[in-house]
Design a protein around this ligand. Sequence first.
Ligand code: ADP
Ligand code: ADP
Length: 591
Amino acid sequence: MSSMFLTNNTSINDTSLIEPYGGRLVDLLVPAEQAADLKDYASRLPSVQLTERSVCDLELLATGAFSPLDRFLGKEDYRSVLETMKLTSGYVMGLPVTLPVEPSDAIKLDADIALRNSKNELLAVMTIEEIFDWNLDEEAQLSYGTRDLRHPLVAEMHQWGKINISGRLRVLQLPIHYDFQDLRLTPAETRARLERLGRSNVVAFQTRNPLHRVHEELTKRAAQEKDAVLLLHPVVGMTKPGDVDHYTRVRTYKALAHRYYDTDRILLTLLPLAMRLAGPRSVLKHAMIRRNYGANHLIVGRDHASPGVDSTGKPFYGPYDAQELMQRFSAELGVGMVPFRELVYLPDEERYEEISRAPRDARTASISGTQVREDYLNNGRLLPSWFTRPEVAEVLAEAYPPRHRQGVCIWFTGLSGAGKSTTADVLTVLLLEHGRQVSVLDGDVVRTNLSKGLGFSKEDRDTNILRIGYVASEIVRHGGMAITAAVSPYRSTRNDVRNLVGSDHFIEVFVDTPLGVCEERDVKGMYAKARRGEIKDFTGIDDPYEVPLHPEITLDTVNYTPEENAHLILDFLLERGFVKGEAELSLAVAV
Ligand code: ADP
Ligand code: ADP
């Protein structure tokens, strides 16, 4: 099996592109003339709603990116891939591609089933030829070498369906992408474009990050060394949670590709892959996919497809494990590896070099991903030009405004009359004074508009809080400050809201005023009414208030004035960087 690919690995004598992995590109799209009938038939079938991951997998199966695979793995292939990294046919396949679903009456052998996306749009019809159990611990251990929940895929697997299904696929509709349409090419289209560039060698670069100078250096060196076209092939399906979003990344790739590469030597296209971040095993899959897109070389650097560190702080894989595994399978895959050790910048010589080749005693410079976020983007500092091209630095700066221009939600919670609105009013004025835009969502006011008609049952209260939370999350997403003042008595609902907004941008302020004091204040005369039984389910009287367990701030309104408390919150925001201090303001004027 392996020998038939060996010639493709190192040199190609004619100018035709390397053949697809397995010899032919799979194409699962049903021809247009059959589509109408099949669609009609499918509309009457029971459906399975695919996860985002399965939609990505289906797209790559359909277009032949996973050739020779033409279906989600069946049992024998699944076992074979887990244990030997090969399909039963002998083709190298680094990781399983399965369709896990929940058991139901519709999942039975020989039945047809419609596959739909999250919006219920019809994508494909599958004939169920196999149904089999899978074991989470086993797959985690064999595929990812760990069962640690810090591995993003291991964490995700807990939400997968309990059984795998496989069978013939007839694809009616590829997932539709409205973004960057000119950059979305199938393997066949990519091959045609590469062919036109007229070079027999194609070096692919896999990435899920914005490209900095170091990546430019890697890719240019590799293309030069192999006298090749560079296939710049970023992943835009699913990457690691917390990565820079693909819209921003693609804007950086476009800026770079247009300005800094020879247009005859580069092809930028997007890969809708759902990554599995399995380090070494991922590299085999990446190579197989790139071969289908027409590349015969793949760049493999340090920490390829790394999921980061485990729960003890140790990296899941060694920095060059991926290179070792790729070395072993390169000939069989028919994809050569262009390996790089870690590249560093030598400021005295103003150039990049592999660390192992840098002159001894040379000064080196690098900026880690964390430093990029913490020291530069969050502080509104542009990345230096030795590290990032200015066009790229600008795209990143636009997408990641400094913290004082990021959104934040200040969520007051506490009993009625505790002092939420009063403190929020003072805080609002202080924030406006410091140049921030503020929207106040006061519980009483919201009940007169957004939540008009809602009562005080647990359900209605939750609905009210979730509505406030939703609006707050939109304000925060757009860089504004949302201050909310609602009793919000239930812990789980407050947690839901925290998740909606995002914990990094959520500041829970517990106004911890004893019930007796609130009752004594009785601003609206409500406590008296509740005590007389004229109103029911009043928080603190005949409905519970669940005290926050880990609020960011707790206020004492008995011993401190509203003004003092508002300043306490302001100081917290200043310290977190959500508000610019006086010193920074005057500095900005001076500069
Ligand atoms: P991935 O998660 O797929 O590795 P990245 O965008 O982080 O995506 O990396 C893309 C490729 O560039 C990988 O092969 C990686 O090993 C390589 N790479 C990134 N940074 C460096 C570096 N400083 N030195 C050497 N190789 C690197
Ligand atoms: P909530 O919004 O929590 O229902 P309000 O702010 O509407 O409460 O009412 C709190 C009442 O308590 C106001 O009449 C306010 O003047 C009074 N009060 C007395 N001391 C304080 C304090 N230190 N902080 C906030 N409010 C206080």
